[in-house]
Ligand binder design. Structure first.
Ligand code: PGA
Length: 247
């Protein structure tokens, strides 16, 4: 039985005051059957890690650079994120791929950097609406997955998670159906199974894209859906807690 996960991706939202209010509520959350992860903006990473100490929450970064140090102004190394006490990192979020030109090669390098320092990378994959309309959704997702497996090897995936996030659903209020989600999750697991059955059985595959307290239970019902990566709704304590309960 894979343990459920709910991850809140705060993206570039929040301030000291709003984050304090959100955490005042979230630190009280008790979810014995669910791993709850928070991904604040990097500016607040330290403060959030401090604030959640003693709670059941774990904290990660939304992005890292692949190099361990160097002349990369404005970037943050996996080593630094680990040093601050974070445990997880998002890799290859569609917004990184779209707005910051992250290719499958760069994503694989970042995934590898996370493993190098002992952070758990959550590899984000997903197709755009055009790719889906052209019938290429599965091919696109498998190419994104294969690039990482080729770089780090299949057994390394034991120390990671995957998040399937259809790009046409993120932040749109339009949600994929539970059947859409389960179908892609099952394809992802089947692909991994062709390489290593044990890794496939243990890999937690999260769904992401316009998850709300209202649709979470139905989306999480799929047998290959192990939880969710939540954007907008993770900024609202009550919504997020209800999503955790649905998991
Ligand atoms: P959303 O974002 O829940 O606001 O659609 C999800 C994500 O981008 O991780």
């Amino acid at each position: 039985m894979r343990r459920r996960v709910v991850a809140g991706n705060w993206k570039m939202h929040g301030s000291t005051a709003t984050i304090e209010r959100l955490l005042d509520a979230l630190v009280q959350l008790t979810t014995p059957q669910v791993d709850v992860l928070l991904f604040p903006p990097i500016a607040y990473l330290s403060a959030v890690i401090e604030r959640v100490k003693g709670s059941e929450l774990a904290v990660g970064a939304q992005n890292i650079h692949a190099e361990s140090s160097g002349a990369f102004t404005g970037e943050v190394a996996a080593e630094m994120v680990k040093d601050l006490g974070a445990t997880h990192v998002l890799v290859g979020h569609s917004e990184r791929r779209r707005w910051f030109g992250e290719t499958d090669t760069i994503v694989a390098q970042k995934f590898s950097a996370a493993l190098r320092v002992g952070l758990v990378p959550i590899l984000c994959v997903g197709e755009t609406s055009e790719q889906r309309d052209e019938g290429r959704a599965e091919q696109v997702v498998m190419t994104q997955l294969d690039a990482v497996v080729a770089a780090v090897g299949i057994t390394a995936l034991q120390r990671s998670m995957v998040a399937y996030e259809p790009v046409w659903v993120i932040g749109t209020g339009r949600s994929a159906t539970p059947a859409d989600a389960q179908s892609m999750h099952s394809a992802i697991r089947a692909r991994i199974r062709t390489l290593d059955a044990k890794v496939a059985d243990g890999l937690r595959v999260l769904y992401g894209g316009s998850i709300t307290a209202a649709n979470a239970a139905a989306l999480f019902a799929g047998s290959d859906v192990d939880g969710g990566l939540v954007g907008g709704a993770s900024l609202n304590a009550e919504q997020f807690e209800n999503i955790c309960r649905a998991a």
